[in-house]
Design a binder for this molecule. Structure first.
Ligand code: DQQ
Length: 573
């Protein structure tokens, strides 16, 4: 079947399903044929080489990541019909290493009354014994959000190509009695099994402006009862999309989602704030008897503003990788192009590199680091011995493909006395970064990397640090400044920033950036803070891209380590 005829089939299918003309069970195999992944379109300048993205069309949230029979599965929100959001199905790919991926037919697509207008986000749960199940949000004929269950048709198939939807769907519905707003009831988490033998799941919700994680319990995974109290809620935060709830310790060895009560465990509640498009999390204690989550922080009604990423990173989801005993985070990185431009390029959205996630030893924040497997793509290492980088100087890192690279640099600071004073009214790091961009000289810093830079420096993305002297300690600011990233005036070039909890007197300041044509994913201080940027250079493309280390401050800094690698292209069809 040619691509065009596939699309005609798919359109026809969606129309017929919408009007209830096709019987869903009978049409199952034909549906799948029509929803085959599309073939690749001609190569385009902003496509990435080792970040996950489908050959064409729109992609948003990662859904239900899991490992089954030794294979990693990634499902994701996908529009088979175009590069804009709509007609949402669960597209599906599998991998043996989380880096190279094979596409399959969409796993879940509209076929029942409970999802006829869309198959929105959700999660997988692995039952004791290893059988997976998917809970996802369906959009019903009245455009209400309801929760549905699907299970694999054939458990001996490691690819889990076919999924059966429960005849009892929808399992959770908004009703006047339960006072759930039918347009704010979505994105079930991975369920966890309590010591009382009952499953728990949370679902994103809002009532007026209060964001909520509604809690449901079930003995059989089919009949779910809403608990009297949400697991947690915070007033004034708006809709909580894609909640995630899981245990962590300060050991990078991860824990299964159902682990409760063991020594040293903290729980993380992450919510994707629809209002700001930020993934915010709180660390706290889960009382599994009362079924409530009590965040440790006191600020902002106990949501203290911690984010996985201070750039672009949304609707993320973690899963427990039982193969390698670790918790892994996936997140969606949207375009910064105008809608008309991403529709014109025929695709939109990439997934961030999967990140290992654990609790910092302070217990106050999470740590994140690109999974080890990404290092298999490294080639042609360039290394520099320690060397000073004088204030006002710049050094080109030569010998790497600067548009497709992994660079890791550490700095030592010996002249802290030149630090500018920190004004306590500077409470917004993003604003501070936009006021003090890469070209504004400071006492210590800006120093860091200029990435995807054109030779004439008309274009570059700068990821850097500045150190200030606060009343009691030094304040470290990490910024990603996109203001000069492209001569094209249309993309969003917001500068991002975060305060880093490091002591520059006693610790080296490290920065690792994964550069992939239109993405810069940066990890400060070995993973204490991450900033992801989408950028669209017009000159600094492919072989015309350059990579520099710079110091635009007055004080000298020392480069104590600098390693950079060109990255091979991953196999992602
Ligand atoms: N995307 C899905 C929703 C979710 C939102 C729809 C978050 O289920 O709330 O594509 O990006």
């Amino acid at each position: 079947m040619t691509i065009n005829s596939s699309y005609i089939w798919l359109l026809l299918l969606l129309v017929l399903l919408k009007h209830g003309i096709l019987e869903t069970e009978a049409s199952h195999s034909r549906n799948l044929e029509a929803l085959q992944p599309a073939a690749a379109s001609p190569s385009q300048i902003y496509r990435t080489s080792y970040h996950f993205q489908p050959p064409k069309n729109w992609m948003n949230d990662p859904n239900g990541p899991m490992v089954y029979k030794g294979l990693y599965h990634l499902f994701y929100q996908y529009n088979p019909l175009g590069a804009d959001w709509g007609n949402i199905v669960w597209a599906h790919s599998t991998s043996t290493d989380l880096i190279n991926w094979n596409p399959h037919k969409p796993a879940i697509f509209p076929s029942q009354e409970g999802d006829i207008n869309g198959c929105w986000s959700g999660s997988t749960t692995i039952f004791p014994g290893g059988k997976p199940a998917i809970l996802y949000t369906g959009i019903n004929p009245s455009n209400q959000q309801v929760q549905n269950l699907a299970v694999p048709k054939n458990l001996s198939d490691p690819y889990l190509i076919e999924w059966d939807k429960s005849p009892y769907n929808p399992l959770m519905t908004p009703t006047p009695e339960n006072k759930i707003n039918s347009s704010s009831f979505r994105d079930p988490t991975t369920a966890w099994l309590g010591p009382d033998g009952r499953w728990r799941v949370i679902i994103g919700n809002k009532l007026n402006r209060r964001g909520k994680a509604l809690l449901y319990r079930s003995k059989d995974f089919v009949r779910w009862t809403k608990a009297k109290h949400p697991l947690h809620s915070v007033k004034g935060t708006g809709m909580w999309e894609c909640p995630d709830f899981y245990p962590v310790t300060s050991n990078p060895i991860g824990l299964d989602t159902s682990t409760v009560g063991a020594l040293g465990i903290k729980h993380v509640l992450k919510v994707s704030l629809d209002d700001t498009k930020h993934d915010q999390y709180a660390i706290g204690t889960y009382d599994h008897v009362k079924d409530v989550f009590d965040p440790d922080a006191v600020a902002a009604e106990k949501f203290s503003g911690l984010r996985y990423d201070y750039g672009k990173f949304y609707a993320s989801k973690t899963f427990y990788d039982s193969l390698k005993k670790r918790r892994i985070l996936w997140g969606w990185i949207n375009e910064s192009l105008s809608r008309e431009d991403y529709i014109a390029q025929g695709w939109s959205g990439v997934q961030g590199i999967p990140r290992l996630l654990w609790l910092d030893k302070s217990g106050k924040q999470l740590m994140q680091w690109p999974i080890k497997e990404i290092e298999t793509l490294r080639e042609n290492k360039v290394g520099y011995p320690p060397r000073p980088l004088k204030g006002g100087s710049i050094l080109e890192v030569q010998g790497v493909k600067a548009a497709q690279a992994d660079v890791d640099v550490s700095f030592e600071l010996s002249e802290l006395k030149r630090a500018d004073a920190f004004d306590p009214s500077w409470t917004d790091p993003q604003l501070l970064c936009s006021q003090k961009g890469a070209s504004i000289k400071g006492g210590i810093g800006p120093f860091g990397l200029k990435l995807l830079a054109s030779k004439d420096m008309q274009e570059y993305t700068a990821v850097f640090f500045r150190i200030f002297k606060g009343q009691y300690k030094y304040v470290v600011l990490m910024c990603s400044d996109q203001s000069r990233s492209s001569l094209n005036v249309k993309p969003d070039k917001t500068t991002y920033g975060v305060f880093l909890d490091v002591d520059p007197l006693h610790e080296q300041l490290s920065l690792r950036s994964l550069i992939d044509h239109s993405i810069v994913e940066s990890f400060g201080a070995k993973g204490k803070a991450c900033i992801t940027s989408r950028v669209y250079p017009t000159k600094a493309l492919d072989n015309e891209a350059h990579l520099y280390v710079f110091n635009n401050g007055l004080a000298n800094v020392t480069i104590s380590n600098l390693s950079a690698w060109s990255m091979k292209k991953a196999h992602i069809d």
